[in-house]
Design a protein around this ligand. Structure first.
Ligand SMILES: O=C(O)CCC(=O)C(=O)O
Length: 253
């Protein structure tokens, strides 16, 4: 991507708190990623703990909805330094970044799996909030299959109060999310290979997948600026809440 393109994406990101990059991954790289994800689901996921692979219904493998800590596979560990991703993230946050462990999200068809409204940096507790999530569509996404919804400009309005949610994978949600917030939302429709980047304090959520047979898969990577430091007290409170949710849901470590 040229410097001018990156600059214009960064301007949009700072203004709205998110920016869409159409056709971010060229076909060859997209195919490679899809093949490695398929292999990971087939060969690694069956041996993972309950805390690294989440299902809507544990007894039905086809309801796999989230994978975390994917750095245990060499391909995904190496992915953290992919120049295309790092270059974009660092242009957006305005400093050198460190790529986090890749994650994978799905909303399998026929399941009730909403994403509660939240701000990622409520979970990360990074100061300053120079952190961006890069979210790549692996299926076409729209209102029917549960696309992301953003509240533009909310990344400049501070962290809202969060409370325990009942959604596995998103332990905390904004507890005073109201009709006025919903009225400001934009739905992010993407094609396979498009990417959306959102600021760590952007409010976002997604509705359940209401389609009959369309998956809603995405591959994501969080990149944080080198100047970010974690607020350890806030993070300890978040981790306590997370562990409490996992205990409530009976997840095995
Ligand atoms: O894919 C989703 O529904 C949520 C993803 C998300 O919250 C994130 O990547 O920050």
């Amino acid at each position: 991507m040229s410097a001018i393109e990156l600059e214009s994406l960064a301007a949009c990101y700072h203004e709205q708190g998110y920016v869409i990059v159409r056709g971010f991954l060229p076909p060859g790289e997209l195919r490679e990623l899809q093949q490695e994800l398929d292999r990971y689901v087939r060969e690694v996921v069956p041996g993972l703990s309950d805390r690294d692979a989440f299902y809507v219904d544990r007894a039905r493998p086809e309801t796999l909805k989230q994978m975390q800590h994917m750095g245990q596979a060499p391909f995904f560990e190496a992915y953290r330094t992919r120049p295309r991703w790092i270059e974009l993230a660092s242009a957006l946050v305005g400093e050198e970044v460190v790529g986090g462990e890749p994650e994978w999200f799905n909303k399998p068809p026929g399941t009730d799996s909403p994403t509660p409204p939240h701000q990622d940096n409520y979970y990360f507790c990074l100061r300053p909030a120079n952190v961006v999530t890069l979210w790549l569509a692996l299926d076409s996404v729209d209102e029917e299959n549960g696309c992301l919804r953003y509240v533009p400009g909310s990344h400049r309005e501070g962290i809202r109060p969060h409370d325990a949610s009942h959604v596995l994978g998103f332990s905390q949600g904004i507890d005073d999310y109201a009709a006025a917030d919903q009225a400001r939302e934009v739905a992010i429709r993407l094609q396979v290979g498009d990417l959306v980047a959102h600021h760590g304090e952007m409010i976002h959520r997604a509705e359940p997948n209401r389609s009959a047979d369309r998956h809603r898969r995405a591959f994501a990577m969080v990149c944080k600026g080198r100047s970010c430091r974690r607020d350890e007290q806030a993070f300890a409170r978040y981790m306590d809440a997370l562990q409490a949710q996992h205990r409530r849901l009976g997840l095995q470590a």
